[in-house]
Design a binder for this molecule. Sequence first.
Ligand code: KIV
Length: 304
Amino acid sequence: MTETPSSSRSHSPQTSQGGQTSSPYGSVVAGAPGSGSPSPRKVRVHHLAQMRERGDKIVMLTAYDAVTARLLDAAGTDMLLVGDSIGNVSLGYDSTLPVTLEEMVVATRSVARATSRALVVTDLPFGTYEAGPAQALDSAVRLVKVGANAVKLEGGRARAQTVRTLTDAGIPVVAHVGFTPQSVNALGGFRVQGRGEEAADRMVGDVQALAEAGAVAVVLEMVPDPVAARVTELSPVPTIGIGAGGRCDGQVLVWSDMAGMTEWTPRFAAQFGQVGAALRQAAEDFGQAVRSGSFPAPEHWFDS
Ligand code: KIV
């Protein structure tokens, strides 16, 4: 897939700010003052199926630390994903592959402490579950102990037994098919998945096997819209798309793409703010104020 800079998109996401956001408990006004707590009630895994049933879209964003999680939770986001995209976004790696379980434990603890409503889902990082169900269970238990409400793992029907083991242990699992970043080397780069009838059929079968094993939802990444629509129609559990068209049961984005922290975002993402530019401007203004002596001013001083 050729990815193009976000500036080439015609989408105008700013218009959606202040609009209606669905929650399992009704609609809330997103972005309005006081929208910090759309409902004091926690989103639980069974609400995902209820939302799908009602036709309410599921809203999911990544979060990696407390300050961001608090804001995204207050905005009425239904699910916060402590994604292994933390590797690229926060830790400075060039892929998700180096991310460790320790790093995910620290991030999960921070996000969970700052979240009161959203369902917190944490990625099992590369190398912490592929050996089989026992390894996956050890890893998942560590994440649940620090606040994950569910874990996410990548892969199709080959992961069904692992999903079953975690589910039987009381750990909800979100599956992830389509483009699976942890398999970037095997997949030959960032490529759209599920093209062609055979590949699409295989994806439907993968999702059905994962759902049968107990997965509570499935992330579809970089899948053509018609394929994602078919998978969604035939999936027993909600699908959450990223670069998978408009007909999934929900959508997920990496928060820094969504907020416009960087100039470039993947083609499938949209910038719903220009937070990066605002942050840089604030830092420049601070620097100028310090250098000119206008900050701190008397109102920032303590009297003797
Ligand atoms: O880690 C991540 O951010 C993800 C999303 C791309 C779904 O897995």
